[in-house]
Design a protein around this ligand. Structure first.
Ligand SMILES: *Cc1c(COP(=O)(O)O)cnc(C)c1O
Length: 217
């Protein structure tokens, strides 16, 4: 547990998979964590973080960004269109682009603002009703649509169903990315990031294994 341990395990997983050192980016998922824990990780030199709610991130990150140089925060949770502008101002990447309405809103705002975060399209690989993401069967068309809007689509993201073998979902995501010529693969969390790296993850999203359990009480 902890940042150093996770970094070591990522380096080993890269090596085991025959991948270049540093080819996987570690997104430290700081949602719900107390500021002291986040600060500890910042003081250890880590600069890339993930949040799943716009409002929570707005409360937390402007202050840290003033105190620490080079901080990057990625949005990894669902995004409502009415929060898209705030998200585009705060995050350097959005991993949860999952429907045409949101893609259209981001495209319009990107025109207006003259910039756009890196985008990942979330795929609902487990076809779960309660989960966000475009269905695998609709992914190719949606990727083409987003590219048609000139959006900077860097890759795909998935969150496998808890009760299923994650590797099957990682492999499916990698396959969809490959046939669409996308390099980014945002996949793998505390319990399965090594498997994700073996299957090509470029971004792993690790929370509790770095910071400890989240306390929702
Ligand atoms: C919370 C969260 C994570 C991190 O989960 P851990 O199991 O704590 O590593 C990763 N991805 C998303 C989308 C999340 O919401």
């Amino acid at each position: 547990m902890g940042l150093t341990d996770i970094r070591d395990r990522i380096a080993k997983a890269e090596d085991d998979a025959g991948r270049a050192p540093g080819s996987v980016q570690l997104i430290a998922v700081s949602k719900v964590q107390p500021d002291e824990r986040v600060e500890t990780v910042l003081e250890q030199g880590h600069r890339l973080f993930g949040e799943n709610k716009v409002q929570e991130a707005q409360g937390k990150w402007p202050g840290f960004k003033e105190r620490f140089d080079g901080v990057d925060v990625h949005l990894i949770g669902p995004l409502q269109t009415n929060k898209a502008r705030a998200a585009m101002e705060l995050f350097s990447a959005i991993h949860s682009v999952d429907r045409p309405k949101l893609a259209n809103t981001i495209a319009r705002l990107a025109q207006e603002m003259g910039s756009c975060p890196d985008l990942f399209i979330q795929v609902n690989t487990g076809e779960e009703d309660q989960k966000a993401g475009i269905l695998p069967a609709d992914a190719d068309a949606f990727i083409a649509e987003a590219r048609g809007l000139d959006l900077p689509v860097k890759g795909l993201m998935c969150i496998p169903p808890v009760e299923e073998t994650p590797s099957l979902h990682f492999a499916l995501l990698a396959k969809i990315a490959k046939r669409n010529g996308l390099e980014g693969l945002s996949m793998g969390m505390s319990s399965d990031f090594e498997e994700a790296i073996a299957l090509g993850a470029t971004h792993v999203r690790v929370g509790s294994a770095i910071f400890g359990e989240r306390d929702y009480s």
